[in-house]
Design a protein around this ligand. Sequence first.
Ligand SMILES: [Zn+2]
Length: 167
Amino acid sequence: MLNDLPTLIDPSEFAHRHHRLTGQVALAQMTRIHDRLSDIQGDVLIDWQFGIDDKHRIKIDGYIQTQLIMLCLRCLQPMSSTIDAKTALILLNDGQSSDDIPDDYEGISLTNTPISLTSLIEDELILALPLVARHTVCPSNEYVLSKNVTEPLTPSNPFHILSELKK
Ligand SMILES: [Zn+2]
């Protein structure tokens, strides 16, 4: 049940209607993170529930998920990084106090509405990016070379085996 998401949203309207946003935005649109990526193909998925907290502030609960191809800082080869991050935002209008924001929520000030949904998702993604992208074990070029040189050629033809079995 994934839809393309609206470009601009009015968070206040969404909150009062208890709107749930589920969908995806192309990574290609999130230009602020492009220099961290080796490949900008793919989408960011969100499932965000809008609501109102007990101090009449707009809140968003949910998560963002994506699969990023980043550059390993050690070997500079591409590496895959799974992002699966909780979203817990309180959006403050002008004049609303940022006091008493629960520890597990992040408060952000709204400037103009409507706001860019892509930009809001991008902000959340930037917070969720690994500080240092690095393979646990970097692929070694030496291994690839020696494997090609020393491995004996053992041709195996599955169709040949199949035809043997049929006999
Ligand atoms: Zn590496």
